[in-house]
Design a protein around this ligand. Structure first.
Ligand code: NAP
Length: 399
C-alpha cells in the first residue's frame, strides 16, 4: 500500500521499524534514516528479509534541504518523525515542499528554550491544507494513545466529559542507580519544569513536583505519582469540548528523585552553556553523554508500565466514571523487538497512526492532534499490534 520514511533510529525508531515490517499489508517499503547511519543499519539487520523492503540512509534532519533530497530519492507516502522534537519543523518544511504526509510523537521544542507547545506546529495548518497533506501530531503513547482514549470515551461512553486524569506509571527496574528511560535531555527538561494543569478555562501553575498522590495501579500496585505538565493537555483542553479539568500524573521513585535533586543542585541539568577546557558545553548534554544510553536499558529492564485515562462526566443524564489503560511488560517488549516498554509504547502507536493515514482512514489535509480523528480503527489496531487496552467503570479516583 505505501512507503514510509522513518527519521530517527533510537529506541522508538527501532520499534517503529519492527512494527512496520509486521504490518506488511500496509507498509511495502520503509527507509530508516538518521544522523548516525550505523544505527539504521543495525535495525535493518534485525528486520530485513521479509516481505517489506528495508532501506537505510544518513540524514541530518536539522537541515531541511537534506530531508527534501532524501524524500525526493526514496519517494515515501509518509514521513514518521521519531528523531527529537527539535527536528519537527525542519521535517514539516520538507514534507510541505514535497507534498508528503507527516507524523510525529512529540511537539516542537526550540533547542535553546525549555518550552514545548503546539503553536509552532499548529501554525502549519493552512499550508498543509493547501498542499493537500495530513500532519498527525503526537502519535506516541502520551501524547498519542491518551488522546485516542479520550476521543474513544467521548464517542462511546459520555455525553459530557468533565474531568480527565492521565496516569503514567512506569514500574520498570533497570538495575542502575539512575538512568532515564528515553532521551535524558527531553526527560529531565520535562520533570524539572513547573507543573501545570487546566481548570475552568484557565491554566494553574504549580512548582515542579509540588502535587503528589499515591495511586494503586492495576497489575502494578501502589506508586507515588506527581502532577506534571504534559503536551497533550494543551490539545485536549481545546478538543474535548466542555472539559472542566485535565491533569497529568507520572510516577517517580524516591531514589530517582533524590538523584535528580542532586544533579539539579550541582547544575548538571542546566541548558546554559558553560566554558570547559576552552570549549562551550551544555551541562545537560554532557550529563546525557555520561548516563546509560536509553537504548541499552532494554535487556536489563523488568516490570510493567500502566498508562491510561480516568474520565468523569455524564451519560444519559447520570454521572459516569471510566478508566481505560494499557499494561505493558518491559521484558515481553524486549523479547519481541529488542526495546523496553517506554520505546515500545511510543513506537507502536506511531506505526498505527501512519498506517491509518496510508489506509485513508486518518487522511485529512491539515495539521491535527490524534484526538481529532476517528478513534475506533486506532483502538482496534492497539489490540492487534501489541498494546491491548482494558477498561473499568468503577476505578479508584484521584482526589
Ligand atoms: N509520545 C510519547 O509517548 C513519547 C514517549 C517517549 C519518547 N517520545 C519521543 O520519541 C522521540 C524519539 O525518542 P527516542 O527515545 O527514540 O530518542 P533517542 O533514543 O535519543 O533517538 C533519537 C534518534 O534521533 C536521531 N536524531 C537526533 N537528531 C537528529 C538529526 N538532527 N537528524 C537526524 N536524526 C537525528 C538520533 O540520532 P543519533 O543516534 O545520531 O543521535 C537518534 O537515532 C523523541 O522525540 C521523544 O520525545 C515520545
Amino acid at each position: 500500500m505505501g512507503k514510509a520514511l522513518i527519521i530517527g533510529a533510537g529506541g522508538v525508531g527501532n520499534v517503529v521499524a519492527h512494527k512496520c515490517v509486521q504490518n506488511s499489508e500496509v507498509f511495502k517499503e520503509i527507509c530508516i534514516a538518521s544522523r548516525t547511519i550505523e544505527k539504521c543499519n543495525a535495525i535493518k539487520e534485525k528486520i530485513d528479509g521479509g516481505p517489506v523492503k528495508v532501506h537505510t540512509a544518513q540524514v541530518d534532519a536539522d537541515d531541511t534541504s537534506q530531508v527534501i533530497a532524501l524524500i525526493e530519492k526514496f519517494k515515501p507516502d509518509i514521513v514518521i518523525n521519531v528523531a527529537l522534537p527539535y527536528q519537527d519543523l525542519s521535517i514539516m518544511d520538507a514534507c510541505l515542499a514535497t507534498k508528503v504526509h507527516y507524523l510525529d510523537t512529540a511537539n516542537y521544542e526550540p533547542p535553546d528554550v525549555p518550552k514545548f507547545e503546539y503553536k509552532w506546529q499548529w501554525a502549519y495548518k493552512e499550508d498543509f491544507e493547501k498542499a493537500g497533506i495530513t500532519a498527525v501530531l503526537g502519535s506516541g503513547f502520551d501524547p498519542g494513545v491518551t488522546g485516542v482514549f479520550c476521543a474513544y470515551a467521548q464517542k462511546h461512553h459520555f455525553d459530557e466529559i468533565h474531568y480527565i486524569d492521565i496516569l503514567d506509571c512506569n514500574a520498570g527496574d533497570h538495575g542502575y542507580p539512575f538512568a532515564t528511560n528515553f532521551n535524558p535531555e527531553i526527560n529531565i527538561r520535562e520533570i524539572t519544569a513547573n507543573g501545570r494543569y487546566y481548570e475552568d478555562g484557565k491554566w494553574v501553575e504549580t512548582k515542579p513536583l509540588e502535587y503528589k498522590r499515591v495511586y494503586n495501579f492495576p497489575e502494578i500496585g501502589p506508586r507515588d505519582m506527581y502532577l506534571l505538565y504534559h503536551e497533550e493537555l494543551e490539545s485536549l483542553s481545546k478538543n474535548i469540548k466542555g472539559v472542566k479539568r485535565i491533569r497529568f500524573w507520572m510516577t517517580f521513585s524516591e531514589k530517582y528523585l533524590t538523584h535528580l535533586r542532586v544533579l539539579q543542585n550541582v547544575g548538571m541539568t542546566s541548558i546554559e552553556p558553560i566554558e570547559f577546557e576552552g570549549k562551550m558545553i551544555q551541562p545537560l548534554q554532557f550529563l546525557k553523554a555520561v548516563l546509560p544510553d536509553p537504548a541499552s536499558l532494554g535487556p536489563r529492564t523488568k516490570g510493567k508500565t500502566n498508562i491510561g485515562c480516568i474520565i468523569q462526566g455524564i451519560k444519559d443524564g447520570k454521572p459516569r466514571t471510566y478508566y481505560v489503560y494499557n499494561v505493558c511488560d518491559h521484558e515481553e517488549c524486549y523479547k519481541e523487538v529488542g526495546s523496553q516498554a517506554v520505546s515500545y509504547t511510543t513506537g507502536v502507536p506511531a506505526m498505527i497512526g501512519a498506517s491509518l493515514v496510508l489506509k485513508g482512514l486518518w487522511k485529512k489535509p491539515g495539521v491535527y492532534n490524534v484526538e481529532e480523528f476517528d478513534p475506533d480503527p486506532f483502538m482496534e489496531a492497539l489490540n492487534k499490534f501489541g498494546l491491548p487496552w482494558k477498561e473499568s467503570f468503577d476505578p479508584e479516583l484521584v482526589d
